[in-house]
Design a protein around this ligand. Structure first.
Ligand SMILES: *[C@@H]1O[C@H](CO)[C@@H](O)[C@H](O)[C@H]1NC(C)=O
Ligand SMILES: *[C@@H]1O[C@H](CO)[C@@H](O)[C@H](O)[C@H]1NC(C)=O
Ligand SMILES: *[C@@H]1O[C@H](CO)[C@@H](O)[C@H](O)[C@H]1NC(C)=O
Ligand SMILES: *[C@@H]1O[C@H](CO)[C@@H](O)[C@H](O)[C@H]1NC(C)=O
Ligand SMILES: *[C@@H]1O[C@H](CO)[C@@H](O)[C@H](O)[C@H]1NC(C)=O
Length: 439
């Protein structure tokens, strides 16, 4: 009897030991919940690896860690991301972008017509909701959530290829200002892509989590998100592990493209002074715009950038105008010049910052951490402006284009149960909040 017991005991002990050793030496579990950032211009997907405790933003086969938020329709296929952008020149009327601006939103018919005039594709009104009219070998309407679903499906596939498992569950981020309907339609887009959404979190909260601010002792976090075309400023309040959005303000007509435009205007004027003719040909302006965009990006890292653009200057278009004489336009642009050209625009960033502080009844010294998100916050002058305003350095160590997806992936890790139990992050919905817009 006692012999049996001890045999049983040692088998049990061996089993326990094997389990323990297995836990120590087995590879860490594959993440099963993905984090999705469905952005207006770019989308990314990330996962939290419990083994190493780090976030991986998943790359495609070419190593690109985000895909453009564009979907193109052809007679034979629906293309998403880079493939859609490659089609855009051939068929701009069937390549939809900016769908996030329309998802789950109800419009007055006139507002929709005004918006629609800005796009090469057709936006139609379906009882207050926007739809996109596509004409391939047949004509049909698609909803913004369908467009979103194709982007989410693409990211689901990227994650599945990388992880080697089927993915069915995700966490997704939305702008803090999204109302319940916009959130519901974003979830619907994910459902159409075969994904169950475990939680919807606000983009500024995700950005704060990317810096680990859910784990440290901070109360007031200010998030500045400056992208290509819009500025969003949010004031978050954290109590324990819970984030509450206290105030929001922004400017939906301020961003990187405005800074590029100033540089383009300056460059066109320089061409006119040098050659006596302003560039009016579409291709000339297009080449200048590309050169100026590249120069702007370089000026973030270097004190000056040189542009060299071949131009076919021609005063007037028409059959009898002389064959255009090609010239080479060359200019060196210093960072200081770029800053001077844009100083008034940069100063506009502070207005919504002051508004959220006033609405949150906070002095600038009360802000514990400042988080910068969005590609345009790489501009050194903008970082300096914000640092000087608060008298402290903002958090910038995470790639500003990937801060949101990084935070969403951390939330996905928490939801997937791979995060240490004592750390959780909860967002308290703030239904009564309105966003102040400057523009
Ligand atoms: C449109 O083209 C697709 C693919 O080429 C074809 O399968 C489909 O039958 C065509 N539809 C019409 C209405 O011609
Ligand atoms: C149009 O929308 C309104 C409210 O948004 C709704 O009450 C109505 O039933 C809708 N009509 C149709 C035809 O879907
Ligand atoms: C959003 O979805 C929830 C759950 O499905 C539903 O109860 C709610 O009425 C929806 N709200 C809106 C505004 O569509
Ligand atoms: C930007 O930098 C890259 C690499 O350093 C260089 O190849 C390119 O010519 C630069 N462009 C401009 C406009 O300065
Ligand atoms: C950024 O955030 C971390 C919290 O993770 C904090 O410790 C650090 O001091 C912050 N500030 C800067 C300038 O990096």
């Amino acid at each position: 009897m006692s012999g049996e017991m001890s045999l049983f005991g040692s088998v049990l002990l061996a089993l326990l030991l094997a389990g323990y050793l297995g836990q120590q030496y087995l590879p860490p579990p594959t993440p099963k919940v993905i984090g999705l950032d469905l952005g207006t211009t770019f989308c990314s997907v990330g996962v939290f690896h419990p083994g190493g405790g780090e976030v991986e933003v998943i790359a495609d086969e070419q190593g690109r860690r985000s895909i453009p938020s564009a979907v193109a329709f052809t007679a034979a296929a629906v293309l998403a991301g880079h493939d859609a952008v490659d089609r855009a020149d051939a068929s701009p009327q069937n390549t939809v972008y900016d769908a996030k601006r329309f998802i789950g939103k109800l419009f007055e018919p006139e507002a929709l017509e005004r918006d629609s005039a800005r796009y090469p594709f057709k936006v139609i009104n379906n009882n207050g909701s926007a739809e996109f009219l596509i004409s391939t070998n047949r004509t049909f309407a698609v909803s913004p959530e369908f467009v979103g679903s194709r982007l989410l499906l693409q990211m689901k596939k990227m994650a599945e290829r990388r992880l080697g498992v089927a993915i069915q569950r995700a966490v997704i981020s939305v702008p803090a200002e999204f109302d319940e309907r916009q959130r519901n339609y974003t979830v619907r887009a994910a459902n159409l892509a075969g994904l169950e959404i475990l939680r919807v979190i606000n983009e500024p909260t995700a950005a704060a989590m990317a810096y680990g601010l859910h784990k440290v002792d901070v109360f007031n976090v200010l998030v500045v998100d400056l992208g290509g075309g819009t500025l969003d400023v949010s004031l978050l309040n954290k109590q324990g592990g819970m984030f509450l959005t206290r105030a929001m303000a922004g400017n939906n007509k301020l961003g990187g493209q405005d800074f590029s435009q100033r540089l383009l205007q300056f460059t066109m004027e320089r061409v006119r002074q040098e050659f006596g003719v302003a560039p009016t040909l579409k291709e000339d302006v297009h080449r200048l715009r590309q050169a100026v965009e590249a120069a702007k990006l370089n000026l973030t890292l270097q004190p000056s950038a040189t542009i060299e653009v071949p131009l076919h200057l021609r005063a007037a278009e028409g059959p009898e105008s002389p064959a255009p004489a090609p010239v080479l336009f060359r200019a060196t642009i210093g960072r200081e010049l770029f800053e001077e050209l844009n100083e008034d625009l940069f100063q506009k960033i502070l207005a919504p910052v002051e508004t959220v502080l006033a609405e949150g009844h906070l002095a600038r010294e009360d802000v514990d951490e400042i988080v910068l998100v969005g590609g345009s916050t790489r501009i050194p002058r903008i970082r300096r402006l914000i640092a000087e305003f608060f008298g402290k350095e903002p958090n910038t160590s995470v790639d500003p284009d990937l801060a949101v997806v990084t935070g969403v992936a951390i939330q996905a890790g928490i939801m997937g149960g791979s995060w240490p139990l004592q750390v959780s992050a909860i967002e308290i919905p703030n239904r009564h909040l309105r966003k102040t817009n400057f523009s």
